[in-house]
Structure formats: structure tokens, C-alpha cells
Design a protein around this ligand. Structure first.
Ligand code: AMP
Length: 545
């Protein structure tokens, strides 16, 4: 027997329609790439989304077409998100920090039909132009006054919008239709595309807004620092429209001073980003003896958040840290660290210890850890193994089938996505990442967590950033090497740093040597680039070897 309820597909256009109808006067504020602050409302945004969709239709954009973007977090990028997906085309965000060859590969692989880009990326597009084989037109996301002359036949974004009256009617189609596309920033091999659907995007947004996740609401002012070119800014533009939260976009101003100014001016209550961004912001606050007057919560993920950073936010700035984990293949949110009722009487040290974990799954995601034979490991907070996930917003297959079937079937015939992460799960279901499986250090047959060793190092005041990699050892196969960037104006010796580990980790985990460097390499999404570190320092001769 079938149920007798309305059959309404879950479509992204419904989010912006809702935001217009029920939160029409709520603001969206942008630090524009041109400089000034731009301010308008969800109603204004919706009108302009319809203008853009109408104009794209006239340009010949059809359902399923991929529209590339090379753009910061701005109101215009927000409009492209909703206009493109709303009309049934696919918004393909490209990370402009990738190597130019990778951008060319990605745009050609996706067969992007139009390319939207910010003024910042004009020089980049000029260079790539001859190689972008499928792109029919280039749209500069600016007004007439700022239009560059160097790109032949470039379309001006504001003129494109002005060419349409804005009476476009959002079409209804199957909720499984593709809505956006984001390539993984894999450190080996070619990037692979993850193709999201309308249905998965909406379900993910619902889950993300729940109180035990990010707890987004219409009373929030949300500043996504995480870029819109990285897994749809963790879904925040959709969640913002769903709840009617005020949205604040930082544009290209990602430095500590610009972010802090915007947070204060726009009374931001919730922000989200990777640890490296917060390092810059915290350093700025410290140097200027500044505080947050409205910020209540900040979501930190993308890499492990060092416990020292969680403590600083909580104790010095009274900002609650929501440690979160996910990946491009998971839309991205899998877990968030929030407390259960049973934790309400914990003291602040116990709470901080819990927050070091990446947290519990959102409803919809299931996870397990397995050993090398695929056997499930216990949830005792100690055993660690490969982390597998399944759920309705988790990838089934990469775009155009690249890499074959990524899933693993269990004995019950259920498919699981292997995350490539190694983790523990405690009896309450709190997951903690110990490493990427490629990064674990295998010393004498036992595993050492590089993340644990990095977290311990950055708790030392003279350490600004730390990386731990494995180095070949004649007796133990591999041993940890600590690579450190010192805090400006501070000094520390190798011996002191190694002593600092005593009593904090098992004795045999303590790194065998320390190297001091001026900076550490990062991926285009702000993660430590361990492949590069291993290339450079993997042959370092350890004093113990
Ligand atoms: P991406 O697809 O670029 O978002 O990268 C996903 C990967 O980032 C995950 O598989 C993890 O290895 C890592 N990651 C994300 N969040 C965290 C976190 N909170 N702690 C540790 N690693 C994380």
C-alpha cells in the first residue's frame, strides 16, 4: 500500500523560493572583490537568480550542462549556485588554488559550457583560455566599470543580469537530477568529480541545521570562511537559505584583519573554516588585543583541529568550537562533536578532551571501523582501523565512472564508502581520526598517529605549525620525524620539544628527530601536503638509525 502524501521533489530552487517568501528582508552581505561592502536581501537575491537563469537560458544553457566557476564567497557566486542548479544545470565550482594544469584538466573533463570567474582570476583565465576546449563563453563576475579588456568577447555579469526581466519560472524535475559538481583535491593521480544531486543537497542541509550538528537558525548571522569552491562551502549557502539565517560572505578578504572586521560589523554568530584560516585570525586577535563581541560558535574541520586551538577559542574568546569531519565525497558532513545529555556535568577539561574527537554522525550517515580483513572493530575508543561510511548523501560513483567502483560490499550486501581515514570510535559513538591511512607511521608493526603527535607539538607556545611524517628506519621500518614552524619571535630547541612529549604520549611514539623550517606546504584546500614533505624529508637520516 502506498502512502497518500503529496509528491514534491526536493529541489534546490525551493530553498531560495522559501528564503524569499519567509525571510525576504534578511540580509546577505558581501565584501566584494571590487572592494566595497555589498548588502541586499534574500528577496533581491531571488530576483537576480531568476534574471540569471533567464539569461542563461537565452544563452542556450540546457538541463545537465555544466557551468564552471572560479570564484570567492560572494553574493554573485551565491546567485550562480541557485540559478544554475535551479534551472536543472550543474554548478561546477573549481578551486582556483589548484595548479593551472589541474584546472584545465578539470574544466575539460567536466566539459564546462560557460565559465564564471571573479576579477581576481582574470590573469589565470587569460592564460588558460586557449586550452579550455568546451567553454563557449566567459562571464566576468563584475559590473561594466570593472570589465577587463584582455579577454575577447567576455560577458559582463551585471549586464547579463540586466538583459533579463527576471520572470523565469523554476522548472520541476526529478530530485535525483545532478545539481553541482566538485572535484576532489587528491594528492595523487587526477582529481575525480563528485556529482551532487538536488535531493542529497537538501537532505544534507536539513541534517546540517539540526541542533546536534551546526544548529543553524534564522537568528544566526553566518560567515562561511570555507570557500564556495570547496564542497559547496560545506553546504552553508543551502542551509542559510533553508533557515533564513543572515549570510556574510568574505570575498577575497581571507586575512585575519578583514575577517575580524566583517565578523564584528555584521554581528556574526557562527563561522566555519579549516584550522589554517583560524591560525591567521587568532594571531591577528592576539597581536591587536582584540576580541569577538558576537561570535558564539565556530565550525572547524577539513583537517584535525589542534586541541590548543579549541582551548584558545573556548577559554580566551568564549567561542564554542564544533569540531567536524567529512569529505568531498560526503557532501561533506559526516560527524560533528556536540555533547550528549550525559555530558552536561563534565568539567571544562573533560569537555575539551571530548571536543578533540571529530564527533558523532548526523542522522543519515552510518559508520564503522574495520581491520585489514574487513572485520568490524570494537567501539572502545582504542582500536583503530579503516573508517567506512554509508548514507544518502555519500558518493556512489565518481563522475564519468573514473576509478571504477569505489565502494566495498559487506557480508549483508550493503555498500560502504572507504574514506581513506583511520579512526577510533568510543562506546558513545564519538569518532576520532588518527590519520589518513597513507600517513600513519608503522613502527615495529604498531601504528603511531601523526595527528596526535602534531597536536601535541602545537600545544607548545613556540610552535606555530607542525607536521609529522614517517622516515625509514633500519630496525623499526618507520619512525616519526617532527617538522616545525616556530612561532614568530619565539625559540625552542629540538631537545626541549622532544622532552615536551614526555608524559603526553607513549614513550615509543616520541619522534626520533626534529627539523625546523620556515613554512609547511599545504594543499589547495589548506591541508598539510604530506606527499611533498615525504619527498623532501623522507630520506632524512635519523640519529637513531
Ligand atoms: P576533502 O575531501 O578535501 O574535504 O578532504 C577530506 C579529508 O580531510 C578527510 O578524509 C580527512 O582525511 C580530512 N579531514 C576532514 N575533516 C577532518 C577533521 N576534523 N579531522 C581530521 N581530518 C579531517
Amino acid at each position: 500500500m502506498r502512502g497518500q502524501m503529496m509528491n514534491m521533489p526536493l529541489l534546490i530552487s525551493s530553498l531560495i523560493v522559501h528564503a524569499d517568501r519567509y525571510h525576504g528582508d534578511t540580509e546577505i552581505v558581501t565584501r566584494t572583490v571590487e572592494g566595497p561592502i555589498h548588502r541586499y536581501t534574500y528577496s533581491d537575491a531571488h530576483r537576480r537568480c531568476r534574471q540569471l537563469a533567464g539569461a542563461l537560458q537565452k544563452l542556450g544553457v540546457e538541463q545537465g550542462d555544466r557551468i564552471g566557476t572560479l570564484a570567492w564567497n560572494t553574493h554573485r557566486h551565491f546567485e550562480v549556485y541557485f540559478a544554475v542548479a535551479g534551472m536543472g544545470a550543474v554548478c561546477h565550482t573549481i578551486n582556483p588554488r589548484l595548479f593551472p594544469e589541474q584546472i584545465v584538466y578539470i574544466a575539460n573533463h567536466a566539459e564546462d559550457k560557460y565559465m564564471f570567474f571573479d576579477l581576481t582570476f582574470v590573469p589565470l583565465v587569460e592564460k588558460l583560455l586557449p586550452e579550455l576546449k568546451t567553454v563557449k563563453g566567459f562571464v566576468v563576475m563584475t559590473d561594466k566599470e570593472h570589465m577587463p579588456t584582455s579577454i575577447p568577447n567576455a560577458i559582463c555579469y551585471e549586464e547579463l543580469l540586466d538583459s533579463d526581466p527576471g520572470d523565469y519560472a523554476w522548472p520541476e524535475f526529478d530530485e535525483h537530477t545532478a545539481s553541482s559538481l566538485c572535484y576532489t583535491s587528491g594528492t595523487t593521480g587526477n582529481p575525480k568529480g563528485v556529482l551532487y544531486q538536488h535531493r542529497t543537497t537538501i537532505l544534507h542541509a536539513y541534517a546540517e541545521c539540526m541542533p546536534d550538528a551546526l544548529g543553524l537558525s534564522s537568528s544566526d548571522s553566518v560567515l562561511p570562511v570555507v570557500p564556495m569552491f570547496h564542497v559547496n562551502a560545506w553546504g552553508l549557502p543551502y542551509a542559510g537559505a533553508m533557515t533564513g539565517a543572515k549570510l556574510v560572505f568574505p570575498g577575497a578578504g581571507m586575512d585575519g584583519a578583514s575577517l575580524h572586521e566583517l565578523m564584528e560589523d555584521e554581528k556574526v554568530t557562527l563561522s566555519a573554516g579549516v584550522p589554517t584560516i583560524w591560525m591567521g585570525l587568532l594571531a591577528h586577535l592576539k597581536q591587536n588585543n582584540a576580541k569577538f563581541s558576537t561570535l558564539k560558535r565556530t565550525v572547524i574541520g577539513g583537517s584535525a583541529c589542534p586541541p590548543a586551538m579549541i582551548r584558545t577559542f573556548e577559554e580566551e574568546y568564549s567561542v564554542h568550537v564544533l569540531h567536524a569531519w567529512g569529505m568531498t565525497e560526503m557532501s561533506p558532513l559526516g560527524t560533528v562533536c556536540t555533547f550528549k545529555r550525559k555530558h552536561r556535568d563534565l568539567d571544562s577539561e573533560q569537555k575539551l578532551a571530548l571536543q578533540n574527537r571529530q564527533g558523532r554522525v548526523l542522522f543519515g550517515v552510518d559508520m564503522k571501523i574495520v581491520d585489514a580483513d574487513g572485520k568490524e572493530l570494537p567501539w572502545d575508543g582504542k582500536a583503530f582501523g579503516d573508517l567506512l561510511v554509508r548514507g544518502p548523501w555519500i558518493l556512489n560513483e565518481y563522475y564519468r565512472g573514473e576509478g571504477g567502483n569505489p565502494l566495498r560490499e559487506d557480508d549483508n550486501g550493503n555498500d560502504w564508502f572507504p574514506t581513506g581515514d583511520v579512526a577510533t570510535i568510543d562506546p558513545d559513538g564519538y569518532m576520532q581520526i588518527t590519520d589518513r591511512s597513507k600517513d600513519v607511521i608503522k613502527s615495529g608493526g604498531e601504528w603511531i598517529s601523526s595527528i596526535d603527535l602534531e597536536n601535541t607539538a602545537v600545544a607548545h607556545p613556540a610552535v606555530a605549525e607542525a607536521a609529522v611524517i614517517s622516515v625509514a628506519h633500519p630496525k623499526w621500518d618507520e619512525r616519526p620525524l617532527l617538522i616545525v614552524v616556530k612561532t614568530e619571535g619565539q625559540d625552542v630547541s629540538s631537545d626541549d620539544l622532544l622532552k615536551f612529549y614526555e608524559g603526553k604520549v607513549a614513550k615509543w611514539w616520541i619522534p626520533d628527530d626534529v627539523l625546523f623550517v620556515n613554512e609547511l606546504p599545504h594543499t589547495a584546500t589548506g591541508k598539510l601536503l604530506k606527499t611533498k614533505l615525504r619527498e623532501e624529508y623522507g630520506h632524512h637520516k635519523l640519529p637513531t638509525a
